[in-house]
Design a protein around this ligand. Structure first.
Ligand code: SF4
Length: 122
């Protein structure tokens, strides 16, 4: 039996509601509602391998600034977000750091670094 799932495409401000149809064997049977091919690409990725940019703050050491905003250098699989947050809870960022500096390399072997979203001075 076919199954339908609806996603909001974030490819542009139009925010199309794209409906993905999956056939009885679990294969993609079609898309509806997208105004361009980007919508199909986005929905397929969301269905098969959703990724997100992890954004958070980490505690600091040796700085008058108690927290530093950080993010992944590129999106990582959604299933690793909670584990990534657990890693960041143990991190202490030390100055000097500037925007884009690597705070944690290769987070959880995802290939993405945790980088500073702001500057950190002592
Ligand atoms: S499907 Fe195309 S037009 Fe619609 S929101 Fe996505 S990128 Fe924009």
């Amino acid at each position: 039996m076919a199954q339908k799932k609806t996603f909001i495409c974030i490819g542009c401000p139009l925010g199309c509601r794209v409906t993905l149809t999956i056939d009885g064997k679990g294969a993609v049977a079609g898309f509806a509602g997208n105004k361009c091919k980007e919508g199909e690409k986005y929905v397929l990725e969301e269905y098969t391998n959703p990724v997100r940019t992890l954004t958070a703050t980490v505690l600091t050491e040796g700085s008058s600034q108690p927290l530093l905003a950080v993010r992944t250098s590129r999106p990582i699989v959604k299933t690793k977000l909670a584990e990534g947050m657990a890693v960041l809870a143990k991190v202490r960022a030390r100055p000097p750091l500037k925007i884009g500096d690597v705070v944690v390399p290769n987070l959880l072997d995802t290939g993405a670094d945790i980088v500073a979203s702001g500057n950190l001075s002592s």
